[in-house]
Design a binder for this molecule. Structure first.
Ligand code: E4P
Length: 217
């Protein structure tokens, strides 16, 4: 499973990328705005930190505007993935950017399995189902991941399922069990993924016993 970081904080991204466990990055207009720096140099810096796919979202609402913005975003670096909203115009722009300009695309704000089917038909490289936001509204976000996985496998669609809006470590586990291709994870959840209290307790006991033995390696 590929792990992407859902952030535009370049200091944080550099620290996490140093683990060698980060496969890519996703951003959205809110994340870029929160980072508080101009979008293009920020994206350029992110693409220098992480060589894998870096999603950058258009903000236009019409096909032509999305295609124009998508091309500007693609010019930042070869690993830019153009993120487009799951609207009719977004799906049209997805097809144009893919077929005419060779773009990799991430169709975002997916909240239903049939929306994901439409994105696959439009040739999306990634589909981003927002499982946390569905959970927030009292629905079962993970069920959406399972449904999309089943539909894509039924028809052999190559669009990759990118579980998004991850809120917990359990979301990562359950998305992996559901067969997601990738998950985009906030930095705090990434840092929690390798932690377990019994690992810390066990390590402390090993080191105590080793010290008592008086040996060295
Ligand atoms: C995904 O591409 C989005 O940037 C992100 O996962 C949304 O997460 P949120 O619901 O926590 O804002």
């Amino acid at each position: 499973m590929q792990i992407f970081i859902d952030s535009a904080d370049t200091v944080e991204l550099a620290a996490l990328a140093a683990t060698g466990l980060v496969d890519g990055v996703t951003t959205n207009p809110s994340i870029i705005a929160k980072a508080g720096k101009p979008i293009f140099p920020t994206l350029k810096a992110i693409c220098e930190i992480v060589s894998g796919p870096v999603s950058a979202e258009s903000v236009a609402l019409d096909h032509d505007g999305m295609v124009a913005e998508g091309r500007k975003l693609m010019a930042v670096a070869p690993n830019i993935v153009v993120k487009l909203p799951l609207t009719m115009e977004g799906l049209k722009a997805c097809r144009t950017l893919t077929e005419q300009y060779g773009a990799k695309t991430n169709v975002t704000l997916c909240f239903s399995a049939v929306q994901a089917l439409m994105a696959a038909k439009a040739g999306a490289t990634y589909i981003s189902p927002f499982l946390g936001r569905l959970d927030d509204g009292g629905q079962d976000g993970m069920e959406l991941i399972r449904e999309i996985r089943a539909i894509y496998d039924n028809y052999g669609y190559e669009t990759q399922v990118l579980s998004a809006s991850i809120r917990t470590v359990a979301h990562v586990r359950d998305a992996a069990l559901a067969g997601t291709d990738c998950a985009t994870i906030p930095p705090n959840i990434f840092r929690a993924l390798y932690k377990h209290v019994l690992t810390d307790v066990g390590l402390e006991a090993f080191l105590k016993d080793w010290k008592a033995s008086g040996q060295e390696i």
